[in-house]
Design a protein around this ligand. Structure first.
Ligand SMILES: [Zn+2]
Ligand SMILES: [Zn+2]
Length: 331
């Protein structure tokens, strides 16, 4: 059995990564004269969602402590549905998962309520392929707010629409669980993201429907949303670039702590196939630790990593000099 076998990458992978980040964006770029059209329905919807979430903070003081704990459990589990499932498994195929694990991750990702996996993955693959250009759904050159949430309340740039059609989604189209979730996303959302989180505190410890709605649903929802969005915004603005100084994604400790290991973004954009999404695997990464545990139990296998040699070559070739390898090479 090779369930926990770790696979390292080839020179081809590295070249493909370099091509993705260094050639395509330069060809497309950012047209600063382009005027975005606001989708008011979404803008008002997000505003109301956040107001309800903030009211949820207030309700915490009047709720059972177990409800707050439940919110934390849900936030963590649905967050892992995004980081392990939508991101590292389905977007980047950085490891393989058994049917049982894939089903669980689809359910957890549904709880997070960040659209169905199919759309999440398509947007994310497009983000990597056309990072920080007009073909990137959340192009960071359009500002912090746009890359954080503004992109979800604006009409898409024509380049996002045209290049979006070129993203290869054949692997997800061949996965019946992903396609089932896509087809029945709305009823699944109502059951897993809305009804289940609200029902549990009311049924098991007599929480009020009102508290449960605003804490287990609204507050939990906006916390996980904003943490996920910080990877697209803050981690494209702040931090060092030890692996590739030609791109915006950076090593952002704060985002890593909040997002359970998704903030080592310069590494991740340089070596996107690596299941650790960081050079130093488990450093501030509950996500990587969880994948390791799942591999030990046999639910995850064929974990892909990057060899030390390839990392070293890349650091010396394109890093900003902040990596220990660059520093020792300079002395
Ligand atoms: Zn990614
Ligand atoms: Zn990114």
């Amino acid at each position: 059995m090779c369930m926990t076998t770790e696979m390292t990458t080839t020179e081809d992978d590295t070249k493909r990564s370099s091509d993705t980040h260094m050639k395509l964006p330069a060809e497309i770029g950012t047209d600063y004269t382009f005027k975005r059209k606001i989708v008011w329905f979404n803008a008002i919807g997000f505003l109301l969602l956040h107001l309800c979430g903030l009211y949820g903070v207030y309700r915490v003081f009047y709720a059972n402590a177990a409800t707050f704990l439940w919110m934390g459990v849900l936030a963590l589990a649905s967050g892992e549905g995004v980081t392990i499932g939508a991101h590292r498994l389905f977007s980047h195929k950085s490891f393989k998962a058994t049917l049982a694990l894939r089903m669980l991750l689809v359910i957890l990702q549904t709880i997070a309520g960040q659209n169905c996996l199919y759309i999440w993955v398509r947007d994310h693959r497009q983000h990597h392929k056309y990072s920080d250009t007009d073909a990137d759904p959340h192009n960071a050159y359009r500002g912090f707010f746009f890359s954080h949430v503004g992109w979800l309340m604006s009409r898409k740039h024509p380049a996002v629409i045209s290049k979006g059609k070129t993203i290869d989604m054949s692997d997800l189209e061949a996965d019946w669980i992903v396609m089932l979730q896509k087809k029945y996303y709305k009823p699944l959302y109502v059951v897993f993201a809305l009804a289940l989180p609200i029902f549990v505190p009311v049924y098991f410890w007599n929480e009020t429907w009102w508290n449960s709605l605003f804490i287990s649903y609204f507050l939990r929802y906006i916390v996980v949303l904003n943490i996920t969005w910080l990877v697209n915004s803050a981690a494209h603005f702040y931090g060092m670039k030890p692996y590739d100084s030609t791109m915006r994604p950076s090593e952002c400790m704060t985002v890593s702590i909040l997002s359970q290991g998704e903030g080592w973004h310069n590494y991740h954009h340089t070596f996107p196939w690596d299941y650790r999404a960081a050079e130093f695997g488990t450093r501030v990464s509950l996500t990587t630790l969880t994948i390791d545990a799942l591999a030990m139990l046999g639910f995850a296998y064929d974990l892909r990593t990057t060899s030390k040699k390839i990392i070293q070559q890349r650091v010396l070739r394109t890093g900003d000099g902040s990596h220990p390898i660059s520093k020792s090479a300079a002395t």
